[in-house]
Design a protein around this ligand. Structure first.
Ligand code: NAP
Length: 254
């Protein structure tokens, strides 16, 4: 019997790579994506194949509508349909909360182009493939930044807030055939924050995070992938929701 297909944007590292592998282990074939060097994605694809999946890597910049359409055409040609779309690719600029002059209008536009508009363009390109499948769904990878006003920059927080609204709007627009949900990860263990803040500050932030979070933990990408997989495959009556995966940082310790 043929396996359903999961499409995961930004799957050459971090949360996207963990999602690709989780779907492969969960019985899906996987279409992987990144916008630059496909080498890291090839390593992830190899792991997916070892888990029994067929894979395809599509190098595409999801901020470009033509790339999203080409990506969908490739998946249509190879598999004919898709069961899950994970809009994970994201970008930011690291600018302190009070450094207003550190952010230009162009910075906002560049960040929105991937985090918000890119997710919309991918949903639009893939909706015709998703609608062919029973139980199809989209999961948008947002951030705790959207609901707490913390994170790498104000432009990033706003782009993820807009993504949460997109999740609600798409859930209404694409129902009843396609469910649309989101996850809002907290502090993820990995290169995004380590490179953005530097190793020393990253360690200090991790300690502060564990001190505040109810579960006393930062979050490995695999734990976000688990929630993404659950929303995509195991939550048949949930749509339009964005679920925090923050180890209880928002609620804090008792
Ligand atoms: N790290 C955190 O603490 C954290 C917390 C909350 C939410 N998030 C969100 O989680 C998602 C993944 O983050 P991560 O930490 O896993 O990041 P990561 O390890 O840096 O991975 C980012 C991925 O996105 C791809 N990408 C970036 N721009 C793209 C574009 N325009 N088109 C296609 N692919 C693109 C990258 O590949 P290329 O470099 O080849 O483009 C890479 O595969 C993002 O949406 C981020 O906002 C992260």
């Amino acid at each position: 019997m043929s396996r359903p297909v999961a499409v995961v944007t930004g799957s050459s590292s971090g949360i996207g790579a963990a999602c690709a592998l989780r779907f492969a282990r969960g019985g899906f074939d996987v279409a992987l994506n990144c916008s630059r060097d496909p080498k890291p994605a090839e390593y992830v694809a190899e792991q997916c194949r070892a888990a029994g999946a067929q894979t395809e890597i599509v190098v595409a910049d999801i901020s470009q509508d033509a790339d999203c359409k080409r990506f969908a055409a490739r998946v249509l040609e190879r598999w004919g349909s898709a069961r899950a779309l994970v809009n994970n690719a994201g970008r930011t600029k690291f600018v302190g909360l009070r450094d207003f002059d550190g952010l230009s209008a162009q910075d906002f536009q560049d960040i929105y182009a991937v985090n918000t508009i890119g997710a919309f363009q991918m949903a639009r390109a893939f909706a015709p493939l998703l609608v062919k499948e029973q139980g199809a769904s989209i999961v948008n990878v947002s951030s705790i930044a959207a609901v707490m006003g913390l994170g790498s920059s104000i432009a990033y927080m706003c782009s993820k807030g807009a993504l949460n609204t997109l999740t609600i709007a798409l859930a209404r627009a694409l129902g009843p055939q396609i469910r649309v949900n989101g996850v809002g990860p907290g502090m993820i263990e990995g290169e995004w924050l380590k490179q953005g803040y530097g190793a020393e500050r990253y360690e200090a932030m991790g300690a502060a995070w564990r001190n505040q979070a109810a579960l006393s933990s930062t979050i490995p990408p695999e734990d976000v992938a688990e929630t993404v997989f659950f929303l995509a495959t195991g939550a048949p009556k949930t749509t339009g929701e964005t679920l925090l995966v923050d180890a209880g940082f928002k609620i804090g310790k008792g």
